[in-house]
Design a protein around this ligand. Structure first.
Ligand SMILES: [Zn+2]
Length: 290
């Protein structure tokens, strides 16, 4: 049986427990490696890009580097979203751990309680993390020759609460009875690779986005929704039934059975309501069946 991603080791790269066990020095080392992966944590000047810098810690212990080329000071976070930060570095790591591990989304209010910061601070922090994610995904192209990608959408939001009394309720399938706020998050994901998400009003509007973000020669897997039909011209498509085989028939065949009139079934279970109905429809003088 295949394992759910959240149970795998790959999903547990940074946990809150790990962050708690870190000393300030560990947190610094981790941030340095994240900030300057190319030099394995060795400082790179944020002013001139020079590689020759030395540690120049302030008296209060906060870490600064001084560039030998331009003689300017910089920090681990200079030139990043976290520049001029006030919280300890560990708090930022904790925020990242909390934000990433809460798979259904973390509310800013809840995170402010977790980190012991104000709601405003937590709100800004979450937005910075989101911005960092968006920056990383900007213009990203997935797939390539001989690679496989998956495409699907999920609808969120715009819930319309039905009226309390049944006679006041409206059919929420009609556009005029919807809020117009419902959106679909469409994600293209390269198998064992990167993803590119975007938000649309409906799946069909995502066609241009997918064409732009999936490299030529990719085999694209999608479900049977007609919204993906426009992709056939650009990619080799493989369509999969949403639920596979159901009741021995494909789903669309099943749908045909439900939504199209079918010949009356024999030995149909009778109910008092149906008997009354058929009696009222029956022409006068007809003899009731036994
Ligand atoms: Zn410099």
């Amino acid at each position: 049986m295949s394992q759910h991603f959240l149970q795998s080791a790959a999903a547990k790269t940074l946990s809150l427990a790990q962050v708690f066990r870190m000393s300030d020095a560990d947190a610094e080392t981790m941030f340095r490696k994240l900030r300057w992966p190319a030099t394995d944590g060795a400082p790179v000047c944020s002013h001139c890009g020079g590689l020759n810098a030395y540690e120049c810690r302030r008296l209060n212990g906060s870490l600064r580097f001084r560039c030998r080329a331009c003689v300017k000071d910089f920090t681990i976070t200079s030139g990043t979203l976290f520049a001029s930060h006030k919280l300890p570095l560990r708090a930022y790591l904790a925020a990242i751990a909390v934000f990433c591990n809460e798979v259904k989304g973390k509310s800013a209010l809840a995170m402010s309680r977790d980190l012991g910061v104000s709601y405003k601070c937590s709100f800004v922090l979450l937005h910075k993390l989101r911005e960092a994610m968006a920056e990383e995904m900007r213009g990203r192209v997935v797939g390539g020759e001989g690679k496989v990608a998956e495409v699907d959408g999920g609808y969120f939001g715009g819930y319309v609460k039905p009226a309390n009394e049944r006679q006041n309720r409206r059919d929420r399938r009609f556009t005029q009875n919807q809020s117009g706020k419902r959106r679909v998050v469409v994600i293209v994901r390269e198998r064992n690779g990167n993803s590119a998400p975007a938000v649309f009003k409906n799946e069909a509007q995502a066609t241009a986005f997918i064409r732009a973000r999936v490299a030529k020669g990719t085999v694209v897997n999608a479900d049977e929704a007609t919204s993906w039909d426009g992709l056939h011209g650009a990619f080799e498509m493989k369509r999969k039934s949403r639920t596979g085989v159901f009741d021995g028939r494909r789903l669309h065949e099943l749908g045909r059975g439900i939504f199209q009139p079918h010949p009356p079934r024999r030995n149909r279970p009778s109910s008092p309501y149906r008997r009354r109905l058929s009696a009222s429809l029956r022409p006068r003088g007809d003899v009731a069946r036994g």
